[in-house]
Design a protein around this ligand. Structure first.
Ligand code: MLC
Ligand code: AMP
Length: 493
C-alpha cells in the first residue's frame, strides 16, 4: 500500500473516468452521478473541517440510510476522521454508552437527544450547512495503518467494543472481493442493507465504488420493492432473511432474475433448504460467504465452481485460517473447533481496550473469532456453531448478557437466562426465561417495559417466560443448551 493511502483517493481514481455515470439510483428513478457524490463529499469535508474535525477525530453518525449519509462517510475519509456509525434503532441509553466510549469531535444525529452533548448536531442542520459550503478537495495524507472506521460490536460481557478498522483492512478486503466476485463497471448492485454495519457499508458499497458500477439504493428492505428492482440489477447482497422473504412472495421466480448474475448471502447462516429452494425457484445458486465486523470478509464460496449449501467456502486470498481445539492446537479436516484468522483484513484492535484486544489474539497473531467451524480436506469451511454466547437475529448480533443484565435489574427478579430460539423469519431470535425471588410478583409487562426502555427493539426477546427454576450443571451454571432444546419450538409459526 502506498504511504499516502487516503481511501477516498483510491475510490476516486476508480470512478474518475465515470463521473457522469449513475452512482446511485433510487427506487423512484432519481439519479446521483459519481460527479454529484464527489461534489457532495467535498462540501461535507469542508463542513467537517469548519467544525474543527481533523485527522483521527471520531465522527459518530446515527442517521437513516440516504445517499447524503454516504457522502458524509466519504467526507470523513477525505479529512482522515474516524467514521463511527451507530444503528438508528439504539435507545438513548445505548447511544450514551457509545458516545462516552468514542469521545467524538462531532455527533451527527437523526433525532435530538434528551440531554444533547456539546458535540451533537442534528442531521438536518448539518446537511444544510454542508450543502451550502464551498467544496474542499484537500485529502488528508494517510497511511494504510491509520484507522478509517470504528464499528461497534457487542461483547459477551455486555459491554460493546469498538473494532478499529484501518484503511489497509478496508482497502485490501474490498480489492479482493471486487476481483473474487467479478465486479465490473457494468454491474448494477441492489442495495437494501442498513449502512451502519460492515455488510451494507463496506462489503457492498466498497465493491460498488471500486468497480465504479451503479447501485440501486433502497432506503430499507422491502421484499416486493426488491423483487421489482431485481429486473434491472445484476448483483444482490443480503442477509438470509432477504432470501426467505423473497421466497415467501408466491409469484417470485426465474422471470424476476433475468438480468441477475449473482446472489450473495452472509452475516448469518443460510439454511441449506433456503439455498435449494432458491435454486429451484430461480435457477440461481446463492453464493454464501462468512465475515465479521473485526475482519470484513473471511471466506467465500467461489464465483466459478461449486457453491455448496451449508458451507461458507474457502478462505479469501491472503487470509490464513486455522481451526483449533480448546488448547489452541490446530485440528485436521473433519474435526470441529474454533476458527482463528490472520491477514490484511484483520482489525487493528478494540478502541481503548488493549487488554481485551490482547485476549482475543493468540501469541502468534491470529484473531480468535469465537465461531466454530470444520474444514474439508480441500479447505472448504462450514460454520457449525459458536463458542461465544451470541444470538444472530436477521443478521443483527444480540448478546444474551446485555438482555439478562436489564432483566436481572427488575425488582423481584432472581435470575434470567436469554437463549436464541429458531425463528421462521429471523433465523433465530431471543427468548428470555426469568425466575422470581420467593414471594415476588414481577409482571411480564414490567419486564417488557424495562427491556423497551434500555434496548433497541431488535434485541427485545420475542417471548419472556416466568419459570420456576433454570436447569443447572454440577458447577451450578445455567445449562443454556438444555434450555435451547426445551424451547426450540417456542417461536415456530
Ligand atoms: C427488525 N426486527 C427485528 C429484526 N429486524 N427483530 C429481530 N431481529 C431483527 N433482525 C423487529 C422490528 O423492530 C419490529 O419489531 C419487528 O421485528 C418487525 O420488523 P420488520 O419491519 O419486519 O423488520 P424489517 O425492518 O423488515 O427488518 C428486517 C431485516 C433487518 C432483516 C431487513 O433486520 C435487516 O436489515 N437486517 C440486516 C442486518 C445487517 O445488516 N447485518 C449485517 C451485520 S455485519 P416490533 O416489535 O416493532 O414489531 C456482519 C458481518 C457480515 O454481520 O458477515 O456481514
Ligand atoms: P458481526 O459481529 O455483526 O460482524 O457478526 C459476525 C458474526 O456473524 C460472525 O462471527 C459469525 O458468527 C456470523 N456470520 C457471518 N456470516 C456468516 C455465515 N455465512 N454463516 C454463519 N455465520 C455467519
Amino acid at each position: 500500500m502506498p504511504a499516502d493511502a487516503n481511501l477516498y483517493a483510491r475510490f476516486r481514481a476508480r470512478f474518475q473516468a465515470r463521473l457522469d455515470a449513475p452512482c446511485f439510483i433510487a427506487p423512484d428513478g432519481a439519479i446521483v452521478t459519481y460527479a454529484a457524490l464527489d461534489d457532495w463529499s467535498a462540501r461535507f469535508a469542508a463542513a467537517l473541517r469548519a467544525r474543527g474535525v481533523g485527522a483521527d477525530d471520531r465522527v459518530v453518525v446515527q442517521v437513516g440510510k440516504s445517499t447524503l449519509a454516504i457522502a458524509l462517510y466519504l467526507a470523513c475519509l477525505r479529512v482522515g476522521a474516524i467514521y463511527t456509525p451507530l444503528n438508528t434503532a439504539y435507545t438513548e441509553a445505548e447511544t450514551a454508552y457509545f458516545l462516552a466510549d468514542a469521545a467524538p469531535a462531532l455527533f451527527i444525529a437523526e433525532r435530538k437527544s434528551a440531554a444533547p452533548s456539546a458535540v451533537e448536531m442534528l442531521q438536518t442542520a448539518f446537511w444544510a450547512e454542508a450543502l451550502a459550503a464551498a467544496p474542499d478537495q484537500a485529502l488528508a495524507p494517510r497511511t494504510g495503518e491509520d484507522v478509517a472506521a470504528i464499528v461497534y460490536t457487542s461483547g459477551t460481557t455486555g459491554r460493546s467494543k469498538g473494532a478499529m478498522l484501518t484503511i489497509g483492512n478496508l482497502a485490501s478486503n474490498a480489492e479482493t472481493l471486487v476481483s473474487l466476485w467479478g465486479f465490473t463497471a457494468d454491474d448494477v448492485l441492489l442495495h437494501a442493507l442498513p449502512i451502519f454495519h460492515v455488510h451494507g457499508l463496506f462489503v457492498a458499497l466498497h465493491c460498488a465504488l471500486l468497480s465504479a458500477c451503479t447501485t440501486i439504493f433502497h432506503p430499507a428492505f422491502d421484499a416486493a420493492a426488491l423483487r421489482a428492482d431485481l429486473k434491472r440489477a445484476t448483483v444482490l447482497m443480503g442477509v438470509p432473511t432477504f432470501y426467505t422473504r423473497l421466497l415467501a412472495l408466491p409469484a417470485f421466480g426465474a422471470e424476476d432474475c433475468l438480468t441477475m448474475r449473482l446472489f450473495i448471502s452472509g452475516s448469518a447462516p443460510l439454511l441449506a433448504e433456503t439455498h435449494r429452494e432458491f435454486e429451484a425457484r430461480t435457477g440461481h445458486r446463492i453464493l454464501e460467504r462468512y465475515g465479521m465486523s473485526e475482519a470484513g470478509m473471511i471466506t467465500s464460496n467461489p464465483l466459478d465452481g461449486a457453491r455448496v449449501p451449508g458451507t461458507v467456502g474457502y478462505p479469501l486470498p491472503g487470509v490464513s485460517l486455522r481451526i483449533v481445539d480448546d488448547a489452541g492446537r490446530a485440528l485436521p479436516p473433519g474435526e470441529p473447533g474454533v476458527i482463528q484468522i490472520k491477514g490484511p483484513n484483520v482489525f487493528k484492535g478494540y478502541w481503548r481496550m488493549p487488554e481485551k484486544t490482547a485476549q482475543e489474539f493468540t501469541r502468534d497473531g491470529y484473531f480468535i473469532t469465537g465461531d466454530v467451524g470444520v474444514a474439508e480436506p480441500d479447505g472448504r469451511i462450514s460454520i457449525v456453531g459458536r463458542a461465544k454466547d451470541l444470538i444472530i437475529s436477521g443478521g443483527y448480533n444480540i448478546y444474551p448478557k446485555e438482555i439478562e443484565d436489564v432483566l436481572d435489574a427488575v425488582e423481584g427478579v432472581a435470575e434470567s437466562a436469554v437463549i436464541g430460539a429458531p425463528h421462521p423469519d429471523f433465523g433465530e431470535a431471543p427468548v428470555a426465561l426469568v425466575t422470581l425471588r420467593p414471594g415476588a410478583a414481577a409482571s411480564l409487562e414490567a419486564l417488557a417495559a424495562a427491556v423497551a426502555e434500555k434496548l433497541a427493539r431488535f434485541k427485545h426477546p420475542k417471548r419472556i417466560l416466568i419459570v420456576e427454576e433454570l436447569p443447572r450443571n454440577a458447577m451450578g451454571k445455567v445449562q443454556k443448551a438444555a434450555l435451547r432444546e426445551r424451547y426450540r419450538d417456542l417461536l415456530a409459526e
